[in-house]
Design a protein around this ligand. Structure first.
Ligand code: ADP
Length: 214
C-alpha cells in the first residue's frame, strides 16, 4: 500500500488538487470531510456526532475520525494507493495513522504542503460552491460553472457549505493554526514534506504536484 497526504489550511485547495491528481494517476482520493458530510446527510450515528463540530468549524474528535479512517483502511487492498485529504489534522491522528500503516507494512510516503496566502484562502472559501448531486467543487469567480448555480457535470444544484460562512471560516483558520499546523514540523522532521505552490490555478498546482510525486 502507498499513502500520501495533502496538508494545508482550509481553502488551500486540497480537494480540488486531489481530484486533479486522481484523474492523472491511480491514487484514490480519501477525504475525511467528504466522508463526514456523507455520514451527516445519511444521519448515521457518526454523522449525528460530527454535525455540531463541523457547523462550528471545530475539529471532530479524534476517536470518531480514527474510526471512519480505520473502516476505510480495512476495506483496502495491498496494491491500493491512497491520497489523504483533510487527514490527519492532529498529532494524535498522525501518530495513529503511522501505527495503522505500519501494521499493514506501509508508511506515509510523501506529504504535500499546499502553500497559499491567507487573503486568497478567505476569498476561496467564501466563494466556494458545491454540487448537491455529485460533490463537484466550483468557485463563483475562479472556477465558475457554465450556467450559474448548476453543476456542469451532473446538472445538480450548487450550494454553499454551511461552514463556508465568514464567521466559521475565520474559526476554521484559527483551528488549523492551533491544532494542525504542528504537523508541518512533524513531517518535516521525517524528511517527507514537500511544498506545492497552491496559490496559482488548480492546473498549475496539479502539474507541480505530479512532477514531485515519487
Ligand atoms: P476544509 O479542509 O476546507 O476545512 P474539510 O471538508 O476537510 O474542509 O473538513 C470540513 C470539516 O470536517 C472540518 O472543519 C472538521 O469539522 C471536519 N473534519 C474533516 N476532517 C477531519 C479530521 N481529520 N479531524 C477532525 N475533523 C475533521
Amino acid at each position: 500500500m502507498k499513502a500520501i497526504i495533502l496538508l494545508g489550511a482550509p481553502g488551500a485547495g486540497k480537494g480540488t488538487l486531489a481530484e486533479g491528481v486522481r484523474k492523472e494517476t491511480d491514487y484514490q482520493h480519501v477525504s475525511t470531510g467528504d466522508m463526514l458530510r456523507v455520514a451527516v446527510k445519511a444521519g448515521t450515528p457518526t454523522g449525528l456526532e460530527a454535525k455540531s463540530y463541523m457547523e462550528k468549524g471545530e475539529l471532530v474528535p479524534d476517536d470518531v475520525i480514527l474510526r471512519i479512517v480505520g473502516e476505510r483502511l480495512a476495506e483496502g487492498r495491498p496494491e491500493d494507493k491512497l491520497m489523504f485529504d483533510g487527514f490527519p489534522r492532529t498529532l494524535e491522528q498522525a501518530r495513529q495513522l503511522d501505527a495503522v500503516l505500519e501494521k499493514a507494512g506501509a508508511k506515509v510516503d510523501q506529504v504535500f504542503l499546499l502553500d497559499v496566502p491567507t487573503e486568497t484562502i478567505v476569498s476561496r472559501l467564501s466563494g466556494r460552491r458545491i454540487c448537491k448531486g455529485c460533490g463537484a467543487v466550483y468557485h463563483v469567480t475562479n472556477i465558475p460553472p457554465k450556467a450559474e448555480g448548476v453543476c456542469d457535470k451532473c446538472g445538480g444544484p450548487l450550494y454553499q457549505r454551511p461552514d463556508d460562512s465568514e464567521a466559521t471560516v475565520l474559526n476554521r483558520l484559527e483551528v488549523y493554526q492551533r491544532q494542525t499546523a504542528s504537523l508541518i514540523d512533524f513531517y518535516e522532521q521525517k524528511g517527507i514534506l514537500i511544498h506545492v505552490n497552491a496559490g496559482t490555478t488548480p492546473q498549475d498546482a496539479t502539474k507541480e504536484m505530479l512532477s514531485k510525486l515519487a
